[in-house]
Design a protein. Sequence first.
Lengths: 89, 991
Amino acid sequence: MRINCPLCGERASDEFSYLGDATPGRPPSGASLKEWHDYVYLRDNPRGPHHEYWHHVGGCRAWLVIHRDTFTHEIFDVGLACDIEESVG
Amino acid sequence: MKEAAYRNSAGGLIDRDRPLKFYFDNVSYQGFAGDTLASALIANGVHLTGRGFKYHRPRGIYTSGTEEPNALVELREDARREPNTRATLIELYDGLSAMSQNRWPSLAFDILSVNNLLSPFLPAGFYYKTFMWPKQFWEKMYEPFIRRAAGLGRAANKPDPDRYERATLHCDVLVVGAGPAGLVAALAAARSGARVVLAEQDHRVGGHLLSTSTTLDSKSAESWSDDIRTEIEAFEDARLLTRTTVFGYYDHNILAAVERLADHLPVPGAHGARQKLWRIHASRVILACGAFERPLVFGNNDLPGIMLTSAARTYAMRYAARPGSRAVIFTNNSSGYDALADLAAGGVNIVAVIDPRSDIDSQSIAQAEAVGARILNRAVILGARGHLHVRGVDVDAAGVRERIDCDLLCVSGGWNPDVHLHSQTGTRPVWSPDIAGFIPAESRQRELSIGGAAGQFDLANALITARQRGLDAARECGFMSSAFDLPDVAKGSSAYSIEPLWRVAGYHGKALVDMQNDVKETDIGLSAREGYKSVEHLKRYTTLGMATDQGKLSNVNGLGILADELGFSIESVGTTTFRPPVLPVAIGVFAGSSRGQHFSPTRYTPMHDWAVRHGAKFVEAGQWLRPRYYPRDGEDMLAASCRETLATRNSVGLCDVSTLGKIDVQGADAPEFLNRLHSNGFARLPVGKARYGLMLREDGLVLDDGTTTRLAEHHYFMTTTTAEAAAVMAHMEYYHQAIWPQLDVQYCSVTEQWASMAIAGPNSRAVLQKVLTRIDLSNEAFPFLAATEFNLGNFRARLFRISFSGELAYELNVPAGYGESLWQALMNAGKEFGITAYGTEALGIMRIEKGHIAGPEVNGQTTAGDIGLGSMLSSKKEFIGRPLAAREALVDSAREQLVGIRCNDSSMRLYAGAHLVEPDKAAVIENDLGHVTSVTYSPMLKTWIALALLKGGTTNIGKTLKAVNPLMKHEVNVEVVSSQFFDPENTRLHV
């Protein structure tokens, strides 16, 4: 695959490492144990479009949120995790 | 050496001035430069090249290309011996030596050909059905026998002596295949100015045209092709890769290719690589891989002397090697007739064309008449006759039986576009009734097929399309150009016409569908009757389309027969999945230069050379090489590390700790960030102080530990363990960027920038003071956990009073380039105290004596409480991992927790990994109480000691247990003690 890093441009996927599902938000202060459990352990693994964390570990070291189809590997969008987190709040 | 009796005296793309001697099964023959092994064998009248996989039937050269199912040989000898190479692809070189496979004792007399007579007992799925029971017989009896009987050639059993390379190419347009369509498409794109890569498997360009007498603009095929090659190679941004097979099509238009740099030579040149793996990133891909001719399925259709019509034409035209003298052609399509004139010109007398169709076009009839061949229409071959070579055929022409003698039978069952790479893009090809073959479907990637690969078999039309596709691809990449003139193609052939014939009804003997795997026509019917009706099941049950040719010849016939048996249409049966590689690829080329020590980089500390000069033995710690111990006078590791430990504890030692991860952290929110990362408090760490810190993962288990120092209000210096340095950095980046981007903090790995050395022992202060004369190192001025940054000569240095050994100790950091000279200065200054360099073994001894945790204890499954650090979980702040660390099961007092154990019998040793059980209980999992994590001989306690994770932890202190290591067949009684073996009051630390 080739990933279009917002900072570095289009690079081979070997430069990146994969973390996983970027959908769940970290529970707020005072959240219940169940919320924490779900956040840490429950991850969707859909066949199809998915938001995922990737790390440009062999490049600019930016954490990215990639909107990707896990079946076709088509990449719809790549964003910086920090921009997305800030816009969400 | 025999004369090549079947070589024509003129013609062909061979160099008669360069004769080459070669050996097949230890018999020497002569060929010419330009030959393949297969063409040279045919020129010498050698057709029998192998035995069938299962029935050991004699087999001959069947094709002239990658799809070859039979002529698989062991090439080269000794460490370079390579099994299952295709004789049809091996370029001849002087002294080449190849051996046939899968025969014993000889090719002409093969004992296992008795399997041919036993074949009624060897049906599809025979192995599955027979070798099921008893289960334990499989490994010891069945499999070894089957493997010996099913000769797959012998791999070399020595390390590969050759070098391989890997490289990457980026281009606008990649054209795969330099046949006529590929050449024109690449030329169009290159003339537009696009960056073009043209990859061709052969060493020449021209593709199938080289096997024909076709003329283009009155030029011969080879001179027309070579002219285009010359033009393409002249473009600065175009690159032609010959001897290069594109074998894999991966996501986002990344393709893999192997370039055979030296396979046409006896051995690679000095310092030269044998093969190169190309990773090609292409904006647009044009597949011009051509098409494979299909066999026909009739009785004894696998006899030597039977081959594809296109192969016979190739041998006759390109190699001037007569594949036979008296030929019969069996074809269901017009292309069989197109070959007649070239075969005749190559010295092959064509006696008959057998054609199952009732209507044959006038052009084809004229082609047959021109060479004096009879046409038998509505005719099929029921069976071929002969033992080791075809001698004749039994023909049924509209019910009339006839026997025709021949020594060559050319078959053509139509053409399969090579859709392999296209299909790898994640799509399935679609059935085209017009050509009775699968053609590319709509693609998932930016690729398209042209020429034979697209089922376009008419040369003139294929060139027009190729030119357009080449221009289009370049234009899509931003390069504009206009069309150019295409050559006039002499029009001798008729429009392609075919009536599919999947199998001949009423054939005699065995009819093979897949010659490589010995799948018979009847096996497919059996498979369908036994319920294996899906094409994927058929493949696995019968092995149709497996093995090195991956069904290039056999698949479509097999699908046609399956469709017949099931009463379905072939398009509803579909194809199996195409996967890389298109052609077998040597493992070595994937490794490239990443072999042995080159597998990953080696990291050296700034003091590495000093350690080498002083005889250090090194240990690999990830990519790092760390001095493990510095033996003197023939000391072994234990003796050396005990001496280093005693020297340190009694006076002073110096240890290279540069491999510890170092992270510089700055910014207004640095205190807050560090506070959230660590389980213990960092917000109120004073400037000039170091603190031992613990980090958890979000799941509440321990991630890593290390010291962090506050150098200034908003400037921290953090260390991690050697092993977790990269993981901690990524962890910080994740939390900062993905969770808390609002924090004003910057951080950077400075592991490589600083040389770090630990100076430890009661005399460490005295030694250090001699070097750092302007710093007051007294305990009052610079107590435990003090830290300072200062100028040392013309550079900045940092000093930390921290200790892993439990002794009075300091860690000195200087810029990496000054590491060795500072180290030497300390060694010089310490001479009067007997300063001793110590390695990771002594470091380990001292940390175990002190009960300090390391990697074996922080194993990804332990909590802070488990390793005795429960008090480091702050209750006053939020930190990563806090919520889940409080889970019931993680705070259970019965968890395995850190303890010390020791052998009371000092003559007995301990082993890491040993499990702990009650002394009177059996060493079985039900009785398991925990395990031993870190072990050492303690020179201070003069016995073996260990750290262990034990159920109930320190509540067991005083108990006697048994440490059992079944792998070492070792068990020993041990006493559970505190993990702080040595100086538990830390009196030596605070002096």
